[in-house]
Design a protein around this ligand. Structure first.
Ligand SMILES: C[S@@+](CC[C@H](N)C(=O)[O-])C[C@H]1O[C@@H](n2cnc3c(N)ncnc32)[C@H](O)[C@@H]1O
Length: 214
């Protein structure tokens, strides 16, 4: 079902409300499920160029962006992004902050070398549409690098399917996203699928299909 304006409004409101508590609430997860390690992997291939971060949130990744890069940190929630901006206060910045919806990015085609997102496509209502947007704004051959919790295999996956309606209603993010399939559906070419925590938290690297001809 396509995302409605009401879905987007509710999502924005939810994250605006959470912004104050986000860092404190999520800190334990950084080490419990390897998110800190995953974040480092997301940025290990980035050396410079023009980077778009989707769903930058409170700016946990800002210290990891390479110093030589030109960074656009974007998010649907002004509340989250305001916290991110506060963290860079006083720094001479190569970072620009933009409030925009992952499903309808406010950028021209092909203007970024790399798109990164961490723990975002579990929340975006239509992840395939969001990933198509990521592909659109990438230059030919550019890469999308994601850190996401995904639907695990086996019986745990079935359990996550059962729990997802309740969990997403209570918490917001979905716990059973098939992110690898979504990457392919969005027309991106899968380059790497790296386990961060079992088969549940992954770093996924994909390339713009446009890059095949280049
Ligand atoms: C779990 S937080 C992750 C924040 C940050 N990337 C991190 O790793 O800490 C999810 C973020 O995705 C953002 N988000 C949710 N839906 C979005 C959308 N449709 N477009 C852009 N950002 C969105 C939320 O506002 C929130 O900041």
């Amino acid at each position: 079902m396509p995302t409605t304006a009401e879905d987007t409004r509710r999502m924005r409101q939810r994250w605006d409300r959470r912004a104050r508590f986000y860092d404190k609430l999520t800190t334990p997860m950084e080490h419990m499920v390897g998110l800190a390690r995953g974040r480092a992997w997301v940025f290990e291939r980035a050396t410079g160029g023009r980077i778009l971060e989707i769903g930058a949130g409170t700016g946990k990744n800002l210290p990891l962006h390479p110093a030589r890069a030109t960074v656009v940190a974007s998010d649907l929630s002004l509340g989250m992004l305001t916290r991110a901006r506060a963290k860079t206060a006083g720094a001479t910045g190569n970072v620009r902050f933009v409030v925009t919806d992952a499903e309808d990015l406010a950028f021209k085609d092909g203007v970024f070398d790399r798109v990164v997102a961490t723990c975002v496509f579990c929340s975006v209502p239509d992840p395939v549409r969001g990933l198509r947007e990521a592909a659109r704004v990438l230059r030919p051959g550019g890469e999308v690098v994601l850190l996401e919790h995904v639907r695990p295999g086996g019986i745990l996956g079935m359990l996550f399917d059962l729990l997802d309606p309740l969990m997403s209603r209570l918490m917001g993010p979905h716990i059973n996203r098939r992110t690898l399939d979504n990457v392919r559906k969005a027309g991106l070419q899968l380059v790497e699928d790296r386990r961060v925590f079992s088969d549940w938290v992954k770093v996924v690297v994909a390339r713009s299909e446009k890059g095949r001809e280049s």
